[in-house]
Design a protein. Structure first.
Length: 150
């Protein structure tokens, strides 16, 4: 079943969109020189910290429907899964949720939401004094960023 998002995308983005959705779980796919994608299907509670994610798209049901997925411990887990500078994005924009994200260490940004959704939340794991960005010495792709612990 399609929600029709593809009608808003350019031909190139539409191709990448379809590839992402048709990708088998747990397999990496290079969608562009700057973007590798891995789909993980399953319960977030069962996912261990993995390959230092740069982006988590958190599409859980609302906190009143699945409160266990919005607890501080879950936000802490996702914070730990992200590299410095990594982003968690979600449709949830509730004040209590944003306060929890801040408490865990995220920097919060509100962005306009799609359709009837007024706002979405973007939470960024800040860089720290203990990390540096090194693009020129990336052994895999010189366009990607490498984050080294100092």
């Amino acid at each position: 079943m399609s929600l029709g998002y593809d009608q808003f995308l350019s031909a190139a983005l539409n191709k990448a969109w379809k590839e992402m959705h048709n990708l088998s779980p747990e397999k990496w796919k290079n969608l562009s020189p700057e973007f590798d994608f891995k789909k993980i299907l399953g319960r977030i509670e069962d996912v261990s910290a993995f390959e230092n994610a740069e982006l988590i798209y958190y599409d859980a049901f609302a906190p009143q429907i699945q409160p266990e997925l919005w607890k501080k411990e879950m936000m802490q887990k996702m914070y730990e899964m992200l590299v410095p500078g990594g982003i968690l994005v979600t449709y949830c924009a509730q004040g209590a949720f944003k306060r929890t994200l801040k408490e865990v260490g995220f920097q919060i940004e509100a962005h306009p939401g799609p359709g009837r959704k007024r706002e979405i939340t973007l939470a960024r794991k800040p860089y720290s004094q203990f990390y540096q960005i090194d693009v020129k010495n990336d052994p895999y792709n010189s366009g990607k960023r490498i984050i080294n612990k100092i």
